[in-house]
Ligand binder design. Structure first.
Ligand code: SAH
Length: 240
């Protein structure tokens, strides 16, 4: 998969994208990450990439021309998505969609944002990582790249873990524990140490259901429960 990112702060991205899962996937050649600095396409003496908003107002706006020139020079994989708080909300299903592509690209804004003509005539869509305002698109780009890259076959060591995690089946994940069995007086649910895998699977599903009902009623409410899930909740009380 090829991912191109356009940012006037390439150093912001290079560190995290060289580490851990993504760094290794790049080293193995599974991920082709290219970071482009639109400032390098400017030809004026000050290498300007921003200017005051036309019509007045606070702050600066990223100018269209350096962004057009940088994208035209790079010929990045499409879709090219502009990062911005007004875009389609990024979530796990959006991440899955992107993970099936051969590539995609992200364009990071800064300051007060980007000249509207970039959204209208250069990019293919706009994506937001949540209802809050960041100082730039770089942190958002890292969120998206990390969530997508780990879904690309071969990038994560253990493929199973993306099938059995939060949001994969519309539920939050069940609680996990590691040894030792006692930590500062707190134990581990007995069932997990029983060796009975059928029993463990049922307990885990009951916990995932319970957690989702309690913390994320937007994902699941009592009325969505199937009969067998309802039976599971009755069978495995919360305090087990
Ligand atoms: N004035 C703009 C915010 C600009 S923030 C507004 O009120 O909508 C500067 C840049 O940070 C944006 O151009 C965008 O690229 C990035 N950014 C800020 N918040 C974001 C979010 N929630 N999701 C994705 N990108 C974001």
């Amino acid at each position: 998969m090829r991912i191109d990112v356009f940012s006037i702060f390439p150093d912001y991205l290079e560190g995290p994208l060289g580490l851990s899962l993504i760094g290794k996937a790049r080293a193995r050649g599974q991920l082709d990450m290219r970071i482009h600095d639109p400032r390098s396409t400017t030809t004026d003496r000050h290498h300007r990439v921003d200017d005051a908003p036309v019509g007045g107002g606070a702050g600066m706006v990223m100018m269209a021309e350096p962004l057009f020139a940088s994208v035209e020079a790079a010929q990045p994989p499409r879709p090219l998505l502009l990062l911005g708080p007004g875009g389609r909300k990024f979530d796990q299903s959006f991440a899955r969609e992107l993970s099936t592509l051969d590539g995609f690209s992200l364009l990071c804004g800064r300051y007060e944002g980007v000249d509207q003509r970039v959204a209208d005539h250069l990019c293919d869509g706009e994506v937001s990582v949540g209802d809050y305002v960041l100082a730039g698109g770089e942190a958002a780009a890292l969120v998206i790249i990390e969530a997508v890259a780990r879904l690309v076959p071969g990038v994560l060591g253990n493929e199973e873990s993306t099938l059995d995690e939060s949001f994969a089946a519309g539920l939050l994940e069940y609680p996990q524990y590691a040894k030792p069995a006692q930590v500062r007086g707190w134990g581990i649910p007995e069932v997990l140490r029983s060796g009975d895998h059928g029993h463990i699977a049922k307990w885990r599903r009951s916990q995932a259901l319970r957690r989702t009902l309690a913390h994320r009623p937007d994902l699941l409410t009592e009325s969505d429960l199937t009969e067998s899930d309802q039976r599971l909740l009755d069978e495995y009380p919360a305090d087990l």
